[in-house]
Design a binder for this molecule. Structure first.
Ligand SMILES: C[S@@+](CC[C@H](N)C(=O)[O-])C[C@H]1O[C@@H](n2cnc3c(N)ncnc32)[C@H](O)[C@@H]1O
Length: 290
């Protein structure tokens, strides 16, 4: 396990995933009913963008820093909410002007959205990152951090007693068979708990593997969000997606406004597509914003 998210924190892929995550959390906590949140591949929780490892790649500079600099009052509401969540985390480490110095990972964004009635389990398999995640939430009884394989939690924790769940599956794609593992895990999850909301991140490098994965998901209600940015170096990731199974009402609308704006600022393109059951359309949702 060589992947460490600190090298990529706040990049374009996080912008897509975390804007969507913030919206899912907002919409799923709109009702009083309890929500169970499972983050299967959690990372360390928060990231120091000034650290050597983050600064070495400069990915946050090309991602979150550009979005913050471009933010205007008329930016799409979902973008404004995502940037506010990032700023709230960053501010905990001291007020300052300019781009964020600290960036919240998915567990921090989830924690910020939890209400007293909600429950949160975060799994991280890398021993050092799992320890860092435990330190991040030390003494916080609302967060159950597990130093464990997140794929197992899809079997162990579903269906949840709450009967409502958001499951984020965000693997590092180091293993050559990650798409197959992902497809199997999602299948198990859906078999155990068909009405849960699942958000699954994937890189777009091998488009045939992406299409095979999406086609393997047997759910009538899905939304496919994709973001492509200009390639900065050969072999460096420049496109990714998030497949959301059972998205809540109004999620598509919010993301159809947010993603083209993000793509426009980052000089890329985006699409938000609801594949009809059993057939997957690839038509772009809208032209990217200028
Ligand atoms: C892309 S990063 C997670 C980023 C995080 N979800 C966020 O948005 O801030 C993927 C993480 O999964 C961890 N990991 C790899 N395989 C795992 C597994 N089978 N179960 C749990 N964690 C795993 C890696 O160590 C890495 O920290």
């Amino acid at each position: 396990m060589n992947y460490r998210h600190v090298f990529h924190a706040g990049n374009f892929a996080d912008a897509l995933k975390h804007t969507a995550l913030c919206e899912l959390l907002r919409l799923l906590t709109a009702k009083d009913k309890k929500l169970f949140v499972l983050d299967t591949h959690a990372g360390t929780g928060g990231y120091d963008l000034a650290s050597d490892r983050a600064a070495r790649t400069g990915e946050a500079e090309a991602g979150i820093a550009r979005l913050v600099a471009a933010a205007k009052p008329d930016a799409p509401a979902a973008v404004t909410r995502y940037l506010a969540a990032v700023a709230a985390y960053d501010r905990k480490f001291g007020a300052h002007a300019g781009p964020p110095r600290r960036y919240p990972g998915s567990p921090r964004l989830i924690r910020a959205a939890l209400r007293p009635q909600d429950r949160f389990v975060a799994c991280e398999k890398h021993p050092a990152d799992a320890q860092a995640l435990k330190r991040e939430f030390a003494g916080d009884l609302k967060v159950e951090v597990r130093s464990a394989d997140g794929y197992h939690a899809l079997k162990a924790d579903l269906p949840p007693p709450e009967r409502r769940a958001l499951v984020l599956i965000d693997p590092p794609f180091e293993a050559t068979d990650e798409f197959e593992r992902l497809a199997r895990a999602l299948k198990h999850g859906l078999r155990r708990f068909a009405i849960g909301c699942y958000a699954v991140w994937y890189p777009i490098k091998d488009t045939a593997a992406v299409e095979a994965f999406v086609a393997s998901v047997a759910s009538p209600k899905m939304l496919r969000l994709e973001l492509q940015v200009p390639e900065t170096a050969a072999g460096k990731l420049a496109a990714c997606g998030l497949l959301v199974v059972n998205p809540p009402w109004q999620f598509e609308e919010a993301m159809s406004a947010a993603l083209p704006w993000i793509a426009g600022v980052l000089g890329g393109t985006a699409s938000v597509v609801a594949p009809p059951a059993g057939a997957h359309s690839t038509a772009p949702a809208r032209a990217p914003a200028a």
